[in-house]
Write a protein that binds this ligand. Structure first.
Ligand code: 6PG
Length: 465
């Protein structure tokens, strides 16, 4: 009698930290999971999850239509894995790219695979190692019937918000929608990280607080609108002692930050779409400037910056300024999503996006409850700064942001992201901007024409006649 082989429900490729944890999460929820790794000895020590070293065996051991999810570095690796996988697949099989691929690559791949009747969708996954293991936020693209194949897995492995809503959603028909939303998530993630680094520098360099006191100040707002996963993370970091030196670990870490690219892509998409997103840009640019350390050291010797410590800024002012700046960052990110949705006809529901970000992901924040409510109140809202609740909140917190930015400027403390948010806000609320000068300059040197306020049409002036 031949033994019946149990075919697995889902297969994972890319058994790094995220892949292994997601595989364990699926297995714990009752799914049979297999993995593929060409050198499985390095893969996982998990008896419930068999790891096949041969791709052919891996595919053969999956129930049809096959569901294959991969968590791989974006770019060439994804391309190569798809190439090697496709010869073993059949129509209706589904590949889910759960890495941080660029949305345009996901679009192209889904179109190419559609010609072979292989389904393909991009899945934004946020939450790091802990999220993958204990509940992540999943942002999916893809048509409803395709998504149905993966939906039970995602819903079982997703985080739930305090109202028990599942943080896994299909956000649009296009295969690339999930990756676009995840890319914008990461741009806002970079911005909030930068804002928190600037909160730290205000406390440390203007107020002269030690790390423990900064940590306590940040912890004190954890249940308020300012509280978030990233503020908790920052607070915990500041309390951590280095076991090599017994000094606060943060003081032993080099001041040069790297990035893998998704935050940058989101900012570039904002520019491509004509959406102003200066705070998101500063999240990227501040990391870039940090990398020019030798030049910074030379410049500090030339300019000898002196920082004037004082106690003008209260803890409450720093906190409220952070909130105002962060709302502006979210406003920019959501506008990128809104305009992209219009341009690409995705019909993105922005309250769904905010809902998916409420738990599990790196961006989870108390303010997201208010953002969900804002889009529930008015789905067509063009910018969060126009929401009734958030605008009241900003009326109270913008004066604090103004104080923080001006005080830091006088002290010589760089607050790139806070300053960008303030300028964004000030430009956004001004019904008249000095763009008449820009129009006139363009016409002066390039005969580009200008529009007038008193009559329609385009005009040109011979400015020097
Ligand atoms: C998440 C994160 C994650 C991201 C890392 C590193 O949502 O879980 O966004 O996907 O890859 O945070 O990003 P950088 O290396 O670009 O800072």
């Amino acid at each position: 009698m031949t033994k019946k082989i149990e075919l697995a429900d889902i297969g994972l490729i890319g058994l790094g930290v995220m892949g292994i944890n997601l595989a364990k999460n699926f297995a714990e929820k009752g799914f049979s999971v297999i993995g593929h790794d060409s050198s499985p000895s390095h893969a996982m020590n998990e008896p419930a999850i068999y790891v096949h070293s041969q791709l052919k065996d891996f595919v053969r051991n999956l129930a049809k239509p096959r569901k294959i999810l991969f968590l791989l570095p974006a770019g060439q690796t994804v391309e190569e894995v798809i190439q090697s996988l496709v010869p073993y697949l059949e129509p209706e099989d589904l590949i889910v790219d759960a890495g941080n691929s660029h949305f345009e690559d996901t679009k192209r791949r889904s179109q190419e695979l559609a010609t072979k009747k292989i389904n393909y969708l991009g899945l934004g996954v946020s939450g790091g190692e802990d999220g993958a293991r204990n509940g992540a936020s999943f942002m999916a693209g893809g048509k409803p019937d395709i998504f149905e194949n993966i939906k039970p897995f995602l819903e079982a492995a997703a985080a739930r918000d305090p109202d028990n809503n599942i943080c896994a959603k299909r956000l649009g028909d296009a295969a690339e929608v999930g990756h676009f939303v995840k890319m914008v998530h990461n741009s806002i993630e970079y911005a909030e990280m930068q804002l928190l680094s600037e909160v730290y520098s205000q406390f440390a360099e203007i107020k002269g607080y030690n790390n423990e006191d900064i940590s306590k100040a940040i912890t004190s707002w954890r249940n308020e609108l300012e509280g978030s996963f990233l503020s908790d993370v920052t607070s915990k970091i500041l309390k951590t002692i280095d076991n090599l030196t017994d000094a606060p670990l943060i003081d032993m870490i080099e001041d040069i930050a790297e990035q893998k690219g998704t935050g940058k892509w989101g900012t570039v998409s904002g520019i491509d779409l004509g959406v102003p997103a200066p705070t998101l840009y500063e999240g990227v640019s501040s990391r870039f400037i940090s990398q020019y350390k030798p030049d910074r050291i030379t410049a500090s010797k030339i300019y000898r910056p002196v920082l004037n410590k004082n106690d003008v800024l209260s803890t409450d002012t720093i906190k409220r300024a952070f909130l105002a700046a962060k709302i502006c960052a979210f406003a920019q990110g959501f506008q990128v999503l809104k305009i992209a949705s219009l341009k690409y006809s995705w019909d993105l529901k922005l309250n769904d996006v905010a809902q998916v970000w409420k738990a599990g992901c790196i961006l989870r924040s108390n303010i997201l409850n208010k953002i969900v409510e804002a889009f529930d109140r008015k789905a067509s809202l063009t910018n969060l700064l126009l929401d009734t609740y958030l605008s009241e909140e900003l009326k109270h917190s913008i004066p604090e942001l103004r104080l923080v930015v001006s005080e830091a400027a006088l002290c010589g403390l760089p607050l790139a992201a806070h300053s960008a948010s303030l300028s964004y806000f000030d430009s956004f609320i001004k019904s008249k901007l000095p763009m008449n000068i820009i129009q006139a300059q363009r016409d002066f040197f390039g005969s580009h024409g200008y529009r007038r306020i008193d009559r329609s049409g385009t005009f040109h002036t011979s400015w020097e006649d």
